[in-house]
Design a protein around this ligand. Structure first.
Ligand code: NDP
Length: 249
């Protein structure tokens, strides 16, 4: 589906694949200018090209949310000007028993899912606040149902998502008063590249078994929710959305 996002300017992180790529498509098809951020330059360039071929406006920005983002911000401002819609979607999910002590994985998840989300929020907050004085302004964080549920072997991933959910609720108490809507979206199982980075064959096999029993949503299903929530009238803020496959408990 498409929505009315004409004259909006969006940044979507993790736009190289999955939920981020589909969200970029929905926002662009709804009339928004969309900056696509991810580390894989070729992926975001290809998607930007696809959006432009459809008549939309897109800018590919190769960037790592865990690193200095000043170049990315400059590129977005030079291409599209002030941003009024940020989708913090970039994330990694690495699974291993805690007894493995994989602090390399813990660092990657904390740095990307939590610190990376904060980095992106920080560099675009002044844009959002300025935009919020005039019209709609949105900060959308992609958390997970894992923020509330327990999943053995994913303790650190679930902790990063619990942090994102709590952070979103608290950011809203600051930014809402300034005219910026904060929306936290908690997807359940979604088909994407997310499980591909798990390096423990037993943990991967368990996830495959679960996915066979519970067919995941498509990334486009979550993208549709992002399009819906950001296109509500300015005074309406969908604060928290849990989006699950119907058969997932
Ligand atoms: P994908 O692996 O397809 O997408 C993750 C995206 O994040 C990729 O485009 C990747 O691009 C990008 N990314 C990863 N690290 C960085 C980084 N350091 N800097 C910039 N971009 C980065 O998985 P999903 O689409 O499923 O994941 C999107 C979000 O949805 C994540 O936050 C995930 O936790 C969340 N989620 C997913 C669920 C699922 O079942 N799939 C369920 C609940 C939540 P690149 O490698 O090019 O940088």
């Amino acid at each position: 589906m498409t929505y009315d996002l004409n004259n909006r300017t969006a940044v979507v992180t993790g736009a190289a694949s999955g939920i981020g790529a589909e969200t970029a498509l929905v926002l662009a098809r709804s009339g928004a200018r969309v900056a696509l951020l991810a580390r894989r330059a070729e992926r975001v360039a290809d998607l930007a090209e696809k959006i432009r071929a459809e008549g939309g406006q897109a800018l590919a920005v190769a960037a790592d949310v865990t690193k200095d983002l000043s170049g990315a911000v400059e590129a977005v401002h030079a291409g599209f000007g002030r941003v009024d819609l940020v989708v913090n979607n970039a994330g990694v999910m690495l699974g291993n028993p805690l007894t493995e002590g994989r602090d390399d994985e813990w660092d990657r998840m904390i740095d990307t899912n939590l610190k990376g989300l904060l980095n992106v929020t920080r560099v675009f907050t002044s844009d959002l606040v300025e935009a919020g004085r005039e019209g709609a302004a949105d900060l959308v964080n992609i958390s997970s149902v894992a923020a509330h549920q327990t999943f053995p072997n994913y303790a650190v991933y679930t902790a990063t998502k619990a942090a994102v959910t709590h952070l979103s609720a608290n950011l809203r108490t600051e930014l809402g008063a300034l005219g910026v809507r904060v929306t936290n979206i908690e997807p359940g199982l979604v088909h994407s590249e997310l499980p591909d980075h798990i390096d423990n064959p037993d943990v991967s096999a368990d996830l495959t078994t679960w996915r066979d029993a519970v067919p995941p949503l498509a990334a486009a299903d979550i993208a549709d929710v992002v399009g819906f929530t950001t296109s509500r009238p300015k005074h309406v803020n969908l604060r928290q959305l849990v989006v699950l496959p119907t058969v997932q408990v």
